[in-house]
Ligand binder design. Sequence first.
Ligand code: SF4
Length: 506
Amino acid sequence: MAKIHQHDLITSVADALQYISYYHPQDYITALAEAYDAEQSPAAKDAIAQILTNSRLCAEGHRPICQDTGIVCAFVKVGMDVQWEGATMSVADMVNEGVRRAYVHPDNKLRASILHDPAGKRINSRDNTPAVIHFDVVPGETVEVKIAAKGGGSENKAKFTMLNPSDSIVDWVVNTVPTMGAGWCPPGMLGIGIGGSAEKAMLLAKEALMEPIDLHELRARGPSNRLEEMRLEIYDKVNALGIGAQGLGGLSTVLDVKILDYPTHAASLPVAIIPNCAATRHAHFTLDGRGAARLDPPDLSQWPEVQWTPVAESRRIDLDTLTPAEVASWKPGDRLLLNGKILTGRDAAHKRMTEMLAKGESLPVDFRNRVVYYVGPVDPVRDEVVGPAGPTTATRMDKFTDTMLARTGLLAMIGKGERGAVAVEAIRKHKAAYLIAVGGAAYLVSKAIRGSKVVGFPDLGMEAIYEFDVKDMPVTVAVDARGESVHESGPREWRQRIGKIPVAIG
Ligand code: SF4
């Protein structure tokens, strides 16, 4: 009978979460490097180059791949013959203690994103606890743990349906992926769960994402069952949609499609999709009574020699003298290097600001002729002015956009992914612009930030309003002052070029 010590599980969870915060899985990097070599869309290739460059910087600097360091999800299989030596905590408490230690680690502090009272006050737990933990009790005398730090942007795009048993699963997936937009930071993976009950299908989709990327091996050896056939079919059809990296249009939207299934009711066909993003983060370890798990650092010589630099045609923009006329001159797809001061703000700050404006109160910060960056940065360590600070999903700010543009004199916004129709219309009406930075390149983006101070709502923590002083911060114009969007034109163009799906020209 194996004796497992509580501190070994706590230490192993903490070490694994630190490890995955800065090391991508090797299989993801290999697949992304292949996608980089094959990519023909300049915008998508540039985005992949940023993600690969960011990955190496994070691995070398031991800092998070993304500013969203995720919600921790754990699948724990506890052997029935395991004996817990001197344990004072439940196994769930041990996992949560490991999460706490990982997220407050002084050398690599991770962002605390978990809020208590989600339907009410939404109070940050400050150490990213609790994790979402799934237990299985199995024969044997080991404890197996699969642990992931799942980004909110990709988790928010999860989908579920109850199909009729005669419906096509492939058709539903291929029709559903475009509705997910680009806020899940492709290229990534799709986890698909089929069967069981509603909650079982969702769980299968999440667990499927814990498997390594091996689509090319599958294609080389050929499918041996219906699920493997579906993996290939969905992979090919989703990539033929032309969505591409960051939704900019291109050849690689998914690097793999993983499917798990379970028996289901004769009347039912539950299907779930959970996407995984450019910050794919998961680790697996087994405890057998011989101490805490050891995760060896990856061999960085396996990372491709990709060193992102701004494209030659990038325009330098002086934010401190920015005018409405200059913003109106930007075109979709223009690459800009921002210099000067930007303000930040995301969900909680926007909600509070629009409530204050509705009550006739003045804001703590003047947004006139300024640019706002939708970001919740990681706290700095050592000599950093700010930790990794990549963009958050812009659609969550859509409902505030008209008010912000109309009432504050704001000129432009920076985020990731597409804007919804209501925001695009507001941008067109106020002749503003929406710019994108690359989601999943947060540490690289933070290198452009030379100064940082909180200028409003300090009680909101990472959601406070900061003023950043930036030098050559790389962004792309995604929606221009006429309301034209690269997230519509890019995928349409690449779908047409790939030529496997009919495209309405317009
Ligand atoms: S890569 Fe995108 S979706 Fe993933 S954690 Fe980062 S911001 Fe969120």
